[in-house]
Design a protein around this ligand. Structure first.
Ligand code: PLP
Length: 387
């Protein structure tokens, strides 16, 4: 097999050809600006956007008028957190935000950017498997807070969080709940309205849609202040001409997940087990990280003890795409913040690898990838530290 195998579906996913087909049609046939009220080009583009909002609404259990389209989860997260904090600050001096330490950097950095401007940030407790301490959550909410930020599913260890229960705890304590559902949408059941969630962010490219487009669901638009100022589109909350082809692609991706998610996730789970068996058959000293009872079907996060992950990646990078969870900025490789929050020992962090199976993977690729990864781990273990 000469082709690269893509097993990094947490970072992004390949676009579904059916999504691309819809986008191509919209690019050609519906190039109007949905804000143009004076001609049919605008009306048709607006119709495309409305029908995409309905597709999002059907997947996530929300009224289509409560969907705000954005450039992706990072923007949605900023709009929800900064937009809400600014609105609260108009009424009182101090804003208290509760956040899980396992959140994506987009949430953590957004929250931390508000420190020193009247925002008090408290990190919630998690255990070494990344499970949220629900008693600590309840106590923290009951002690009084304005906004709670907890993700639906984690981007590294794949943990699924009990967001329905979390939402109930927040609602009972009158704390608003923002959920970054970027890794959860299209992979797990989410009922925005029924579960009482206040804000929910997502990105299309995590579920076989296009990059650069996403959304924010909002229970009550009056509670937010805009972050972007301009032409006043989308109830003034997100100015800027709408990315109509991207939004159409996002809508189609939602429609497909709504129809196919359950079957696809089941098949992905079978492939994941096949991959794990392939590892376990040949390797000892593997540690599987995270909450094994509540995980996204495609996630395998593990540490091959004694095999430095950079050494493994350098051996496989032209054949299989997986991730170490590390981030590289300014040429310096920083270890995974999620693993640090789990208090994992250095030997576990050193050997950490993240694999995520997606709907376009097949059994042959899975066996081949397991064989290649096993070979690289054995080699690195033989050569020794740091190689
Ligand atoms: N939140 C989570 C959990 C993610 O996994 C990601 C992307 O990896 C983001 C937010 C940011 O998404 P985007 O880069 O599409 O804005």
């Amino acid at each position: 097999m000469n082709e690269m195998i893509f097993l990094d579906n947490h970072s992004t996913t390949p676009i579904d050809p059916r999504v691309l087909e819809v986008m191509n049609k919209v690019f050609i046939n519906n190039f109007g600006n949905p804000s143009s009220v004076d001609h049919v080009f605008g009306e048709e583009a607006k119709e495309v956007v409305t029908s995409a909002a309905r597709q999002v609404a059907a997947l996530l259990g929300v009224n289509y008028q409560n969907v705000i389209f954005t450039s992706g989860a990072t923007e949605s997260i900023n709009l929800a957190i900064k937009g809400r904090v600014e609105a609260i600050k108009a009424k009182k001096n101090k804003v208290k935000v509760l956040v899980s330490p396992l959140e994506h950097q987009a949430v953590i950095s957004c929250c931390e950017s508000l420190l020193g401007s009247g925002v008090d940030l408290t990190y919630l407790k998690v255990d070494d498997a990344g499970r949220l301490d629900l008693e600590d959550l309840r106590e923290s909410c009951n002690a009084g807070a304005d906004l709670l930020c907890i993700m639906a599913a984690n981007h590294e260890i794949g943990n699924i969080f009990p967001i329905k229960e979390i939402s109930t705890i927040a609602t009972e304590a009158r704390v608003e709940f923002f959920c970054d559902a970027t890794q959860g949408v299209g992979k797990m059941e989410i009922c925005f309205e029924d579960w009482g969630i206040d804000y929910l962010a997502f990105s299309a490219h995590k579920f076989y849609g296009p990059k650069g487009v996403g959304g924010l669901l909002v229970k009550d638009k009056n509670r937010l202040r805009p972050v972007l100022h301009g032409g006043g589109q989308q109830s003034g909350l997100r100015s800027g001409t709408l990315n109509v082809p991207g939004i159409a692609g996002l809508g189609k991706a939602c429609e497909l997940r709504n129809r196919e998610m359950v079957g696809d996730e089941k098949a992905i789970g079978v492939l994941k087990e096949q991959f794990v068996s392939g590892l376990k058959e040949h390797l000892k000293n593997l540690e599987f990280i995270g909450d094994q009872a509540n995980k996204l079907a495609g996630n395998v996060s593990f540490s091959a003890l004694g095999a430095n992950n950079q050494g493994v990646i350098s051996r496989i990078r032209n054949r299989v795409a997986i991730s170490t969870g590390s981030a590289c900025s300014s040429g310096v490789i920083a270890e995974s913040k999620v693993l640090r929050a789990l208090n994992q020992p250095p030997k576990v962090v050193d050997g950490f690898l993240r694999v995520c199976v997606g709907k376009f993977n097949n059994g042959q690729e899975i066996d081949e990838a397991a064989r290649i990864i096993v070979g690289a781990i054995e080699e690195v273990r033989k050569v020794g530290v740091g190689n």
